[in-house]
Design a protein. Structure first.
Length: 522
């Protein structure tokens, strides 16, 4: 979560741009993004050089004659000499950046628009110095970079008005861990933003497979596995740079409005991970006709669900964040998309999340839908989980409620943490992963003696299943409150006469005490 101190330092960089004559907000965001990219590119190169010393294969990004382009060398240069390298549009840094992708690749196409826009050497010097200080003081990781991007984008006019908010990294990680991407997958995020879901999927795959397996599938990984759509030019470049820095040489991020007629993708992907816009709308004449056949609406949160079903191959699976309104909305469009997912395909899970998950950017209540495209039904029972805590406070501060090390380790060692009641009371994530593992493998929790602990029929618990027939009877309602049973504790009150007698006794005691005080004073 971005802190007040970090915000203040980013504001200082912003003010440096303004006082230096760079006042266009989009230009500031892009220029700062390029500098972050250049710094991260050097750090990635340094890490790979260390790995090469251990015998791992390594192809340098910076040639011998391009060593001056590395951040560690740039920051030591004379101010004017450094600015000259940035400004040189023939063989300087920006021509180098534009040449990183293969010829005619999407990455190279988007990066062709990358241009240097800081005219004063002193401004570049101050911005780089402040950025270096942020990295040194805050140990900037992927999550912090995401927070920085989010804060920068909030400064753009209209930022967040279409319901576009960055998904917290731990929620992304939860969804990726649940879906367990493989080397055979083609993964897509149709509203990719900064490519958080795709980057986390790449991280998961890098950890899961050894170098030999990764090398065997390198062509698929570099050009075919990771796909996304995004129509914002700034986000296209950020997403492309983000994936490139995480080892995807040719990220397939397409410049298109995903739910429009311009996007004709169908039956392409085996896994979709997404957090589409919550409150957006699209002109009805621009909507792809096939989507309107599934849900006749202009609401993007419904159209994206129809799009995912179209883009998935049969047998493909999806994990997507939706606002609660999608689960219980009473319009024909809401009901039709829910029926399509539940009856025509296979709905696997509904994970209700607390409303504070997206704070401070939004307070909307959301849920994660997990479903599989079958085209022939298959839903027997739907697993519901009532997430009540995600490991962070649910106010605007979003402070960690558990030890940071435990918060990171609870994904890989979820079974150990799932049995820790104190931890689960503050963070449901390991319990969700443990229960999900049992659900998808059709297992039940049992004691050592063989007694069933949870067969998921007890609806007073956080985790339970609901049969298809009941969902159908409830007009395809998927809100957890429709099915969860609330246990009320019986409160026993004293009889009125007893309460009156107690009050009279208290009054008499007070009167006696007052008389004693008067005697003491008189």
């Amino acid at each position: 979560m971005i802190t007040g101190e970090l915000k203040s330092k980013i504001d200082q960089i912003w003010n440096t741009f303004w006082t230096g004559g760079v006042t266009n907000t989009i230009t500031i965001v892009e220029q700062l993004t390029y500098l972050i990219f250049i710094k991260d590119l050097d750090e990635t190169e340094t890490r790979n050089e260390r790995k090469a010393k251990r015998g791992l294969p390594f192809t340098p990004v910076f040639a011998t004659e391009q060593q001056d382009f590395r951040w560690k060398n740039l920051k030591e240069m004379d101010v004017e000499a450094r600015h000259a390298i940035f400004s040189n549009n023939v063989d300087g840094i920006f021509p180098f950046i534009r040449s990183l992708g293969k010829e005619k690749s999407l990455f190279s196409i988007y990066m062709k628009e990358a241009t240097f826009g800081i005219s004063k050497a002193s401004v570049l010097d101050q911005v780089m110095e402040k950025l270096e200080r942020i990295y040194n003081d805050h140990m900037v990781d992927q999550d912090t970079k995401g927070d920085i991007y989010e804060y920068l984008l909030s400064k753009l006019e209209g930022g967040g008005t279409a319901g576009q908010f960055r998904t917290p990294r731990h929620i992304i990680k939860l969804m990726v861990e649940m879906m367990q991407p493989t080397l055979e997958d083609r993964i897509c995020d149709p509203s990719c933003g900064t490519a958080g879901f795709l980057v986390e999927s790449k991280r998961y795959i890098d950890k899961k497979y050894d170098v030999t397996e990764l090398d065997k599938h390198s062509q698929h990984i570099n050009s075919n596995m990771f796909n996304g759509t995004e129509f914002d030019a700034t986000m296209l470049r950020i997403a492309s740079m983000n994936l490139y820095l995480h080892g995807v040489e040719e990220p397939n991020i397409v410049d298109v409005d995903a739910v429009s007629k311009d996007n004709e993708t169908a039956n392409e992907y085996t896994l979709v991970l997404a957090n589409p816009p919550f409150k957006g709308t699209i002109d009805k004449d621009s909507i792809a006709p096939g989507l309107k056949n599934v849900t006749n609406t202009t609401k993007t949160e419904l159209l994206f669900l129809a799009l995912m079903l179209r883009e998935l191959k049969t047998g493909g699976r999806a994990a997507v964040i939706v606002p609660d309104g999608v689960l219980f909305g009473s319009s024909k469009a809401h009901k039709s998309i829910r029926q399509e997912i539940v009856e025509i395909n296979k709905l696997d899970a509904v994970i209700s999340m607390p409303s504070g998950v997206f704070k401070p950017y939004a307070g909307v209540s959301t849920a994660i839908l997990v479903f599989t495209k079958t085209g022939a039904g298959g839903t027997d029972n739907v697993w519901f989980y009532d997430m009540q805590a995600d490991g962070k406070s649910l106010d605007d501060k979003r402070n960690l409620l558990v030890a940071e090390e435990d918060f990171e380790n609870c994904f890989a060692n979820y079974q150990d943490f799932a049995n820790n009641e104190d931890f689960v009371a503050k963070c449901d994530i390991p319990k969700i992963l443990s229960e999900w593992n049992e659900v998808k493998n059709e297992l039940v929790s049992m004691t050592a003696e063989g007694d069933i602990v949870n067969d998921r029929t007890d609806r007073t618990q956080k985790s339970f299943t609901v049969p298809l027939t009941e969902i159908k009877e409830n007009d395809w309602d998927l809100s957890i409150n429709r099915y969860k049973e609330i246990v009320y504790e019986e409160v026993v009150y004293e009889a009125p006469a007893t309460i009156i007698a107690d009050l009279e006794a208290l009054n008499q005691n007070r009167a006696n005490t007052l008389e004693e005080l008067k005697k003491m004073l008189g």
